[in-house]
Design a protein around this ligand. Structure first.
Ligand code: HEC
Ligand code: HEC
Ligand code: HEC
Ligand code: HEC
Ligand code: HEC
Ligand code: HEC
Length: 263
C-alpha cells in the first residue's frame, strides 16, 4: 500500500510540476518571496512603481479572515481593483495604513495621497523594481519562529499555537461582532484512488486562520461534505485547497502534510 502511494505520488509530482510550469508559477520562490502579491492595475499608468504586498508580515499580525472577509480583499492578485481614492478614504490598505493605527508601538504609515511629494512613503508600497529597504527584515522577524521546509519556511500553525504570533481578528468599526460559531468536527476526506492515505481536514485548525466565510460558500459550497467534487489535478491548478495552499499557506509539494493518515 505504501509503495502504491509512493508511485502515485511520483506520477503526480511530475504531472503536477509540469502543470505548474506551464502555468504562471515558474520557479520555487525564496522563503521571503512566498506569498508575495504584485498589484498593478493602475500604478504604472500613473507613473508609479507597482505595489508589492507581502503576506508573511501581514499574516503574522492579522488573520486571513480579517482582510479577506471584513476588509474585502479578493483571493487573486489584482482582483480587488484597489484605487488610491479608496485607500485615502480608509478602505482596503487604508483601513490600517492611515497614519493612526498603532502596531508594535508605532503608527502604521499612511497609504496613498493626491500628490507625490512624500515619494519615499509612496515607495514603501509602490516598490517593485526600487531598492527599498524594508523596516521589517524577514530573517530577524522570523528568527525565533518554528521552522518548516517549504513555503515561508515557517510552521505558522505552531508559531500561533506556541504564542509567538497572535494574529488580530477584529478591528473596531470594521469587523462585525460574531457569535462564536460552533466549529465543525474534523473529518477525513477520502481520496478517490485506492491505497491513498486519507486526508484529515481539520475545521478547528483552519478556523483559527480563516473563519468560515473565507471558504464557504465561495471555495467550498459544501454545507454537506461531498457536495464539492475535487481532484488533485484541480488543486494543483489553484482551485479548492489550492487557492491557499500554493499561494500563501504551505505549498502542495508538501504532500505528506495533507496525506498523513496511514493506511
Ligand atoms: C493584511 C491583509 C491580509 C491578510 C492578513 C491576508 N491577506 Fe491574503 N491578500 C491580501 C491582499 C491585499 C491580496 C491581494 C488582493 C488583490 O490584489 O486584489 C491578497 C491575496 C491573497 C491570495 C491570492 C494570491 C495570488 O497570488 O493570487 C490568497 C490565496 C490569499 N491572499 C490567501 C490568504 C491567506 C490564506 C491568509 C491567511 C493565512 C491571508 N491571505 C492573509 C491581504 C491579506
Ligand atoms: C489589517 C491592517 C493592514 C492592512 C489592511 C494592510 N496593512 Fe500593510 N502593514 C500593516 C502593519 C501593522 C504593518 C507593520 C507596520 C510597521 O512595521 O510599522 C504593515 C506594513 C506594511 C509594509 C511595510 C514593510 C516594511 O517592513 O517596510 C508594506 C509595504 C505594507 N504594509 C503594504 C501594504 C499594502 C500594499 C496593503 C494593501 C494592499 C496593506 N499593507 C494592507 C497593517 C496592514
Ligand atoms: C500602504 C501602501 C501604499 C502606500 C504607502 C501608497 N500607496 Fe498608492 N496604491 C496602493 C495600492 C495597493 C494601489 C493599487 C495599485 C494598482 O492596482 O496599481 C495604489 C494605487 C495608487 C495610484 C493609482 C491610481 C489610482 O487612482 O488608484 C496612485 C496615483 C497612487 N497609489 C498614489 C500614491 C502616492 C502619491 C503615494 C505616496 C504619497 C502612495 N500612493 C502611497 C498602496 C499604497
Ligand atoms: C479552509 C476552508 C474551510 C473553512 C475555513 C471552513 N470550512 Fe467548512 N468545509 C470545508 C471543506 C473542504 C468541507 C467539505 C466540503 C466537501 O467535501 O464538499 C467543509 C464542510 C463543512 C460542513 C459540512 C460537514 C459535513 O460533515 O457534512 C459544514 C456544516 C461546514 N463546513 C461548516 C463550517 C463552519 C461553521 C466553519 C467556520 C467555523 C467552516 N466550515 C470553516 C472547508 C472549510
Ligand atoms: C482559505 C485558505 C485555505 C484553504 C481553501 C485551505 N486551507 Fe489548509 N490551511 C490554510 C492555512 C492558512 C493553514 C495554516 C498553515 C499555513 O499557513 O501553512 C492551513 C493548514 C492546513 C493543514 C495543517 C493543519 C492540520 O490540520 O494539521 C492541513 C492538513 C491543511 N491545511 C489541509 C487542507 C485541505 C485538505 C484543504 C482542502 C480541502 C485546505 N487545507 C484548504 C488555509 C487554507
Ligand atoms: C493542501 C492539501 C493537499 C496537499 C498538500 C496534497 N494533496 Fe493530494 N489531495 C488533496 C485532496 C483534498 C484530495 C482529494 C480527496 C478526494 O478525492 O476527495 C487529494 C487527492 C489526491 C490523489 C487522489 C487522486 C485525485 O486526483 O484526486 C492523489 C494521487 C494525490 N492527492 C497525490 C498528492 C501528491 C503526490 C501530493 C504532493 C505533490 C499531494 N497530493 C499534495 C489534498 C492535498
Amino acid at each position: 500500500m505504501k509503495r502504491l502511494f509512493f508511485i502515485i505520488c511520483l506520477i503526480l509530482v511530475f504531472t503536477g510540476l509540469s502543470l505548474a510550469q506551464t502555468g504562471v508559477k515558474k520557479k520555487r520562490p525564496l522563503p521571503y518571496d512566498y506569498g508575495r502579491v504584485i498589484i498593478n492595475n493602475y500604478s504604472e499608468k500613473e507613473g508609479l512603481a507597482p505595489v508589492v504586498f507581502d503576506h508573511w508580515l501581514h499574516r503574522a499580525k492579522f488573520t486571513c479572515r480579517l482582510c479577506h472577509v471584513d476588509i474585502g480583499f479578493g483571493m487573486k492578485a489584482g482582483s480587488t481593483g484597489i484605487k488610491a481614492s479608496d485607500n485615502i478614504k480608509g478602505y482596503y490598505c487604508g483601513t490600517c495604513h492611515n497614519g493612526k493605527m498603532v502596531s508594535n508601538n508605532r503608527k502604521v504609515f499612511e497609504a496613498c495621497s493626491k500628490d507625490k511629494e512624500d515619494i519615499r512613503r509612496c515607495e514603501r508600497c509602490h516598490s517593485m523594481g526600487k531598492n527599498v529597504k524594508k523596516e521589517n527584515d524577514f530573517n530577524i522577524f522570523t528568527e525565533k519562529l518554528p521552522k518548516e521546509r517549504f513555503g515561508n519556511g515557517i510552521n505558522w500553525e505552531k508559531a500561533e499555537a506556541d504564542g509567538f504570533i497572535k494574529p488580530v481578528d477584529f478591528i473596531e468599526g470594521i469587523s462585525i461582532k460574531r457569535h462564536s460559531l460552533t466549529v465543525q468536527k474534523d473529518f477525513a476526506l477520502e481520496a478517490k484512488v485506492k491505497g491513498m492515505p486519507e486526508i484529515i481536514f481539520s475545521h478547528k485548525k483552519h478556523t483559527i486562520w480563516n473563519g468560515c466565510e473565507v471558504c464557504h460558500p465561495e471555495i467550498f459550497v459544501g454545507v454537506k461534505r461531498g457536495a464539492t467534487k475535487y481532484s488533485m489535478v484541480e488543486i494543483f491548478d489553484g482551485k479548492y485547497c489550492g487557492v491557499c495552499h500554493g499561494a500563501v499557506a504551505f505549498p502542495l509539494i508538501d504532500c505528506q502534510r495533507c496525506h498523513t493518515k496511514p493506511v
